[in-house]
Design a protein around this ligand. Structure first.
Ligand SMILES: [Zn+2]
Length: 183
């Protein structure tokens, strides 16, 4: 089904009632808080999202708006081990329930497995996707396997100038350990 919904202005109630699904992608540049985390912004591509709505009734018979949303993207962050750019995959999948106001949301969010948000007639889905992807960012981004040996924390110009390019970095490291003072 082709959806005509604008993800920046999703009519929550109608979308939930329809039970429709909205999937799409957006350039990372349109998610500025996330984009700002990139160390290689020029090469960032799209973030993908998918959301489906449902209307469920609470114990008193009142309709409640629910969204089931997921999203994923890749972002280039600085590896905290080798300090080089690392492509990191971010993803989330969550249920959201909407209530009338902040006070209810604060109370019910504590007690609920789903995330409880404040209802808005026109809801910015991309803002939510961006929030969730930001929260999915690792606290300490790292390559699974770094492309190079971590640099030495103390700069050593002599070492850099004399080490042959082909030296096995682990062997070099072992030599350094055996001779703690090169001077
Ligand atoms: Zn690394």
């Amino acid at each position: 089904m082709t959806s005509t919904y604008d993800p920046r202005m999703l009519p929550l109630a109608a979308f939930a009632r329809s039970g429709e699904q909205l999937s799409g992608s957006t350039p990372m540049a349109d998610l500025p808080r996330l984009y700002a985390q990139s160390v290689d912004a020029a090469h960032e591509v799209d973030a993908h999202f998918s959301v489906s709505g449902s209307e469920r009734f609470d114990a008193t018979g009142h309709p409640q708006v629910w969204l089931h949303a997921s999203g994923h993207c890749q972002l280039t962050l600085e590896c905290q081990r080798c300090l080089r750019p690392a492509r990191v995959g971010l993803a989330f999948e969550r249920d959201f329930r909407f209530v009338a106001n902040e006070a209810l949301a604060a109370v019910e969010d504590e007690e609920s497995e789903e995330d409880v948000l404040v209802f808005a007639r026109q809801f910015d889905l991309l803002d939510l996707v961006e929030d969730e992807l930001l929260m999915a960012m690792p606290l300490v981004p790292m390559h699974e396997t770094c492309p190079v040996t971590p640099r030495f924390s103390v700069a050593d110009a002599d070492f850099d100038a004399t080490a042959p390019q082909s030296a096995n970095p682990f062997a070099v490291l072992a030599d350094l350990k055996r001779t703690p003072s090169a001077d």
